[in-house]
Design a protein around this ligand. Structure first.
Ligand SMILES: Nc1nc2c(ncn2[C@@H]2O[C@H](COP(=O)(O)OP(=O)(O)OP(=O)(O)O)[C@@H](O)[C@H]2O)c(=O)[nH]1
Ligand SMILES: [Mg+2]
Ligand SMILES: [Zn+2]
Ligand SMILES: [Zn+2]
Length: 424
C-alpha cells in the first residue's frame, strides 16, 4: 500500500439518519441495523473458536489479501449487540459491515454516524489539516471538550502514525502530495469521538429535557478521507468521491488563500509565489464541480438549495499579514471554554466574508449562498507558521483555530453548547 496520504476528510456524527440504519463509514452503504453482521472472535489459546480464513470482501475493499485473514463473518439477529458463532458457538460482540466486512464499533452502531466530508483543491492543505486536526483532538482539544478520540480499526492507527504523525510531528517534514486514487488504494481514517456531557439544566434546549444530575455520553464517528486534490480536477469526479460526498452530513471545503489572486497584497513576503494558473484547480471551480455533482445525484431542481451544512475554511492563514492593532478576530485565539463561543464565531465569519469580497473572491460567497441552505466561513492554520525547504518552521507545529469548523459542526449536531458574552 502506498505510503502517500490521501486527503479528504469525513466526519460522521451520530443521530440524524433514519434510526433503523447505519451508514458504513468505509463503503458508505446504508445498513439496516438488524443486518449488521458479526465476526467470530476466533480461537483463544487452545479453547473453542474458528480459525482465520481469507475474507474476500475485506480483501477486495483494501485491495490486498494482507491483513484479510481473519475469523469468519456471519449474519445473525443478535441480542444486545452480541451473537453466537454458528460454527464454533463462541459468543462475539465484534460487528462488521455486511458489504465490505470492515469493523463497525458498538458505539457507532448504537448512534448512526453523521459523516463530514473534507474537500479541497490540490495543495490546499488537506493532508496537513487532517494530520493536525486529529492530533489536536487526541490532545489539547480533546481535553478541553472532555472527549476521547479512538480509532475504529488497526489500519487507521497504523496509517495515521505512518503517513501523518511520524513525518509531520516526529520528523518535522511536510507531507508528500497525496497520490491519486487511480494509483493508490483509498481508505478512510475512521475514529469515534466520545464525549461525556454534564447533565443539561432541564429545559435548556427544546427536546432535551433530561433529569437533573444525569450525565450523557455521546459519540461522533469522525471519518477522514484524504483525497488527492488531483482527483477533483476533472469534471468526472469519481464515483467513490461522490458516494462519500453523498453520504456526508456536512462538508468542509478547504480553500488556500494563496490561490486567490486578490489576496496577494495581504500575503507575507516569505510565502511561496503565486501558483501557475490552472482554472480547474481554482477554489471556486473545485467547489462548483462538487456542488454540481451533488445536485445531480440528489436530483435538485434549479433554485433548490442543498440542505447539507457546509464549512468553508481558508487554510494557511499564518501566511496572511494580521490586520493592524489586533483588529483581526481570525488572528486571536479562540476563547476556549469547552463550548462554541457564538460571538467569536460570528466575528470570524464576518471577517472571512469581508476578506473574500476584498480579494475579489466575493463570487465564492455568493455562490455558496445560492447553493447551500447553511454555510459558515472559517480561517485556520494547521502549521501556525511558514514552512521552508520541505520542513515545518523552527517553532514546530503550532496550530491555530484548526478545530473551529469541527466545533461548529458539533454545535450544529447538538453535541456542543453555544455561549455568548460572559455566559458559562
Ligand atoms: N504557511 C502554511 N503552509 C501550509 C499549511 N498547511 C499546508 N501548507 C503548505 O501547503 C502544502 C500542501 O499541503 P498538503 O496538506 O500536502 O496539501 P493537500 O491539499 O493535501 O495537497 P494534495 O495532496 O496534493 O491534494 C504544504 O506542503 C505546505 O507547504 C499551513 O498551515 N501554513
Ligand atoms: Mg494531500
Ligand atoms: Zn461497508
Ligand atoms: Zn466461530
Amino acid at each position: 500500500m502506498g505510503s502517500q496520504s490521501r486527503i479528504s476528510a469525513r466526519i460522521a456524527l451520530p443521530g440524524l439518519r433514519a434510526d433503523d440504519e447505519v451508514c458504513c463509514p468505509y463503503c458508505f452503504e446504508r445498513v439496516p441495523r438488524q443486518r449488521i453482521a458479526f465476526r467470530c472472535m476466533g480461537r483463544a489459546g487452545r479453547g473453542q473458536g474458528c480459525d482465520p480464513v481469507l475474507d474476500e470482501e475485506l480483501a477486495a475493499y483494501t485491495g490486498s489479501a494482507a491483513g484479510a485473514s481473519l475469523p469468519p463473518v456471519f449474519e445473525a439477529p443478535g441480542r444486545g449487540g452480541r451473537a453466537d458463532c454458528p460454527r464454533c458457538g463462541r459468543t462475539t460482540g465484534r460487528r462488521v459491515c455486511p458489504h465490505c466486512h470492515n469493523p463497525l464499533p458498538p458505539a457507532y452502531c448504537e448512534s448512526p454516524g453523521r459523516i463530514v466530508a473534507l474537500v479541497g483543491a490540490k495543495n490546499a492543505g488537506k493532508s496537513t489539516y487532517i494530520a493536525v486536526l486529529l492530533h489536536e483532538l487526541m490532545n489539547r482539544v480533546g481535553t478541553e471538550l472532555d472527549a476521547s478520540l479512538v480509532a475504529c480499526d488497526d489500519r487507521t492507527i497504523d496509517r495515521y502514525k505512518r503517513d501523518f504523525a511520524r513525518p509531520l510531528y516526529d520528523e518535522h517534514r511536510l507531507l508528500p502530495t497525496t497520490a491519486s486514487a487511480a494509483t493508490a488504494p483509498r481508505e478512510p481514517l475512521v475514529y469515534l469521538l466520545t464525549r461525556t456531557r454534564p447533565a443539561r439544566r432541564a429545559g435548556r434546549r427544546l427536546g432535551a429535557r433530561l433529569p437533573l444530575g444525569r450525565e450523557r455520553t455521546e459519540s461522533l464517528a469522525l471519518v477522514l478521507f484524504d483525497t488527492a486534490g488531483e482527483d477533483l480536477r476533472s469534471r468526472d469526479v469519481r464515483d467513490l468521491h461522490l458516494r462519500y460526498l453523498e453520504a456526508a452530513d456536512a462538508i468542509v471545503f478547504l480553500v488556500d488563500p494563496l490561490e486567490l489572486p486578490g489576496a496577494r497584497a495581504m500575503v507575507r513576503d516569505e510565502a511561496p509565489p503565486p501558483p501557475r494558473t490552472d482554472p480547474d484547480s481554482e477554489p471556486i471551480n473545485v467547489i462548483a464541480r462538487v456542488t454540481e455533482a451533488l445536485r445531480q445525484r440528489r436530483g435538485l431542481r434549479p433554485g433548490e438549495r442543498l440542505p447539507v451544512p457546509v464549512a468553508v475554511a481558508l487554510t494557511k492563514i499564518d501566511a496572511l499579514l494580521p490586520a493592524p492593532a489586533g483588529q483581526s478576530p481570525l488572528h486571536r485565539s479562540r476563547p476556549s471554554r469547552g463550548a462554541l463561543d457564538l460571538d467569536d464565531r460570528e466575528a470570524v465569519d464576518a471577517q472571512v466574508r469581508g476578506l473574500l469580497h476584498d480579494w475579489e473572491a466575493g463570487q465564492l460567497d455568493v455562490y455558496l449562498r445560492q447553493q447551500y441552505a447553511e454555510y459558515a466561513l472559517f480561517g485556520v492554520s494547521a502549521l501556525g507558521g511558514m514552512p521552508s525547504r520541505g520542513r515545518v518552521g523552527a517553532g514546530g507545529v503550532r496550530p491555530h483555530r484548526v478545530e473551529d469548523p469541527l466545533l461548529w459542526l458539533l454545535y450544529r449536531f447538538g453535541m456542543l453548547d453555544g455561549t455568548r458574552g460572559n455566559e458559562v
